[in-house]
Write a protein that binds this ligand. Structure first.
Ligand code: ADP
Ligand code: ZN
Length: 633
């Protein structure tokens, strides 16, 4: 046996001691299996030491009737005894032995006792075999086994911290600083957040400097923003910049089946992190434990409240000179327990928003670094086409384009792969199996031409980026418009034009085909939604004036139905309906009049679509006789 000391156990045992056996699940299973198979076998051998004197019960009865049985000993169902002379039938033994063994049938034998008396057989009885050593061992065996398994698990847990006994110990992963660790350079955009976090980094690097000045040191930072905007990435970057260990955990990881486990996890996590200062604790989804206490239906949630209380007391328990920073992320700061936001706790909030056009370009550049793109790809154009995308979405988009290129067995990613990836994500996959009739294709072409032409000529509409009548997952055809920059404020004219463009598809169907189809369902929904918002939320209706009639339609715990109280009268409701209808009707008429005027343009675009299936913005402008890149004023 190999006597080398195993360094994994840095115990101080003498070097000549053999290494401790490491028990893993496989070994334990093997032992159980072995015991399970061999012990019954041995037991059988001992108790069944009757050799080959076993006879059938009927033989025994026959011999009994023939007055050939001298004596028997009965112990439970086991009958041993001796014959007077060699039996005539059935005895397997030819050794001349007169002893035999047989077993009483389980259905019993009522006539046996009278038969025994009749024949004058000496009958001995023995008590039930309870206290033989073998029986004791057999009875104790399961307990011994269980004890043994528990003990080995316990030993395992001491060694690896990874067993059934580690319930309640923290699940946090410790990321030691490595050379390729994340830095602020890996995070694009979010300049404001980076600037604020820079202060935290310098505190972690040189805490003395801050303490000398008597400055109150930062403790908790709350990163607020939608998912995928780089909150985790930022927290990692702090750790990377400060060369500090990074402990991260997700709020829901604290929650266990057992009350009190979450609290003990919090305790352990903080204890570990404070042992390795300067360090960063990152809690993702803080809202899952940090919800307002006492909120929610059906009373409080004991486990969550205990966990939250523990977290609060850990935050308060920091000494002034301790340099552990707690960073938490959430996208619902509004539902957090106010106690969490008090001074000395998460008193700094940093907003991490969805990236703007230029930030999207930066993020794309970062993630394009390690992918073989052709130098000519236009990441700026991708950024312009993806308003509302988060950093994670953009990363996914680039990844998708790499997959598409790989599928085509290319060694380099080109613009059309990027375009395909964009289409796939924005529009769903191309539906290859769907075959339209010529008539249907014509209808779809006119419908899309309607959108395109209204978008091209209405003064406040966004320019057309691409029109396609290739069926995709979510629609028969698509007209994609491309804003020049991100918009956060929308004026009335813009929204009205937008509604008109949305309804332009149906208007063209009506004008050109003389009928309408079901294909405009989505358009109608969208237009209605916009009109509703104009009247209810944005105070943009003449009749109802500047008033917000829509109450906050979202509620954390209650369904929308219950929470959405109507705050206006029947009469106002009727006015609202009338206003919405008026907005939609006017917009539809505007689209229809415009398309009627530009009849030839619509036909030309539709014909080109039928022929080529897909047109880019510049193709459309050429067909319409508009100058490149600028719209008719
Ligand atoms: P969150 O924690 O806000 O949900 P993550 O930090 O987990 O988001 O972001 C997921 C991934 O998206 C990151 O690993 C990163 O690759 C990418 N990402 C998000 N935002 C950015 C950004 N501003 N710069 C670079 N990459 C980003
Ligand atoms: Zn449409």
């Amino acid at each position: 046996m190999d006597n080398e000391r195993n360094d994994n156990y840095n115990n101080n045992s003498a070097p000549d001691k053999p290494p401790r056996m490491k028990l893993n699940l496989g070994t334990v299973l093997l032992i159980i299996l072995g015991v399970g198979i061999f012990v019954p076998m041995i037991a059988n051998m001992i108790s069944g030491s009757s050799g080959n004197n076993a006879i059938s019960y009927s033989t025994f009865k026959n011999e009994l009737r023939n007055s050939n049985v001298a004596m028997i000993t009965v112990q439970e169902e086991r009958i041993t005894g001796t014959f007077k002379r060699s039996p005539t039938t059935g005895l397997a033994s030819d050794t001349g032995s007169l002893s035999f063994i047989t077993y009483l049938p389980s259905y019993g034998d009522t006539e046996l006792s009278s038969l025994l008396e009749e024949q004058g057989v000496r009958v001995y009885t023995k008590p039930i075999n309870r206290n033989s050593l073998l029986a004791i061992i057999l009875n104790l065996l399961p307990f011994l086994l269980l004890l043994f398994i528990l003990y080995s698990f316990y030993r395992g847990s001491k060694n690896q911290g990874n067993s059934i006994f580690s319930v309640g110990q923290n699940k946090a992963k410790l990321y030691r600083k490595t050379t390729e660790s994340t830095t602020f350079a890996d995070v694009a955009g979010v300049e404001g957040a980076k600037e604020e976090l820079q202060e935290i980094v310098s505190f972690l690097k040189t805490p003395e400097l801050f303490q000398k000045m008597g400055a109150k040191t930062p403790r908790g930072v709350l990163l607020v923003g939608p998912p995928g905007t780089g909150k985790t990435l930022l927290a990692r970057a702090i750790a990377g910049e400060a060369d500090a260990p990074f402990y991260s955990i997700t709020g829901s990881d604290f929650m266990e089946l057992f009350v009190g486990v979450g609290a003990s996890r919090v305790r352990n996590l903080f204890r570990d992190a404070r042992k390795h200062t300067p360090s960063i604790i990152f809690i993702d989804e803080l809202d899952s434990i940090g919800r307002h206490r006492g909120a929610g239906l059906g009373g409080g949630h004991d486990e969550r409240e205990q966990t939250l209380n523990q977290l609060l007391s850990e935050l308060d328990g920091f000494e002034q000179n301790e340099s552990t920073i707690v960073v938490a992320a959430t996208n619902r700061p509004d539902i957090l327990d106010p106690a969490l936001l008090r001074p000395g706790r998460f008193d700094r909030q940093i907003t991490v928003d969805r990236p703007t056009v230029s930030e999207r370009t930066e993020i794309l550049k970062i993630h394009a670094r390690n992918k073989p793109f052709t130098p000519s790809v236009d990441l700026e154009q991708v950024a312009r086409a993806t308003p509302g995308f988060s950093g994670a979405d953009l990363e996914n988009l680039l990844n998708e384009s790499a997959l598409i290129a790989a599928r085509k067995k290319k060694s380099i990613i080109e613009q059309d792969d990027l375009d395909d990836a964009q289409d796939k994500i924005l529009l769903g996959l191309v539906r290859k199996s769907l075959v339209l009739t010529d008539e249907e294709r014509k209808t779809v072409a006119y419908h899309e031409a309607g959108h395109a032409v209204t978008a091209a000529f209405l003064p406040n509409a966004e320019p057309v980026h691409k029109v396609t009548i290739i069926p995709h997952d979510r629609s028969m055809g698509v007209t994609q418009q491309l804003p020049e920059g991100d918009k956060y404020l929308f004026n009335r004219e813009y929204i009205l034009d937008r509604i008109a463009v949305t309804l332009g598809g149906r208007a063209a169907e009506e004008l050109q085909m003389g009928t309408v189809t079901s294909g405009a369902e989505n358009d109608l929904k969208q237009a209605t939604k916009l009109a509703k918002k104009m009247v209810l939320d944005w105070g943009m209706s003449d009749k109802l004036g500047t008033i917000a009639l829509g109450s906050d339609r979202e509620h954390v715990f209650l369904g929308e139905e219950i929470a959405h109280r109507r705050e206006f009268s029947e009469e106002t409701a009727r006015d609202i309906d009338a206003e919405i209808r008026k907005i939609l009707k006017t917009a539809f008429e505007r689209a229809k009049n415009l398309l009627n005027e530009k009849k030839e343009s619509v036909v030309a675009v539709a014909d080109a679509l039928i022929e080529r299936e897909e047109l880019l913005g510049k193709d459309i402008r050429r067909i319409l006789g508009l100058p490149e890149e600028t719209k008719e004023e």
